[in-house]
Design a protein around this ligand. Sequence first.
Ligand SMILES: [Fe+2]
Ligand SMILES: [Fe+2]
Length: 273
Amino acid sequence: MTLRLLHFSDPHVQLPRWRERSLRELGPLRALATVELWKGRGRDYDGALDKLRAIVRDADALRADFCILTGDLTQLAHEEEFALARQALEPIVPRLLCIPGNHDRYPLGTTANKLYEKYFPEASLLPRAITDQVAVVPVDTVGELSWPVLSHGRVERPQLRQLERTLGDPAWAARCKLVLTHHSPTRRGARRDWPLHDLRGAGALLRSCASGADAILCGHVHDRFDDAARAGRPRVICAGSATERNKEGYWLIEIERGRIAAVTRRRLGGATA
Ligand SMILES: [Fe+2]
Ligand SMILES: [Fe+2]
């Protein structure tokens, strides 16, 4: 039996009519992030919510058994954005596996932002077998707090030790093991990401996954690529941003007998890209 996974990332649902919002409404930190919107990002994501709804319809049309969302649901971690994202994703929530991204962790004032947990209480960062063929192993690269502009992530040694124990668990030997991270450990072609955007500990993460993981599924880098495994590193499947203007899309990953059988790039609407 073939299991079908729809992997998408970085939908960046943003405030409707953000151009009309006052800085007081956004808060000082978001005002800083809003500079990015005015520089062009806002225009690139004006249709993000409708595109997210289209992906939800595609999940049905493509008979996806599970949908995997590797973070950056929102643009500014604003409550209104989370509410809209939740509403759009509602039909697939029972089969949705999602993790937060750095944009979902912009603080509220000076305190950590827990709106992701409020709107997606079903989401879990615990490793789990989702069928007898597949196990997912989320690794949090964001932490509790993230700041606009400084968008790098981090993976710590205790997380990697736990990851290696999980991947080596004989109970999961026959399953396809997919490690889920928000930050991609590399850019396309195993190139390093730039310092304010990269993943600290990326090399160690790749080594920890090299023998036990079938692939790392990630986002953050807004480029959709599928880099094959090579010596000392696993396959890296980065979903890019599903809703960015002129770059829309996602991956359809098919699993057979506990291994990845096919990975196809899809446009919104489900057609092969
Ligand atoms: Fe992103
Ligand atoms: Fe990100």
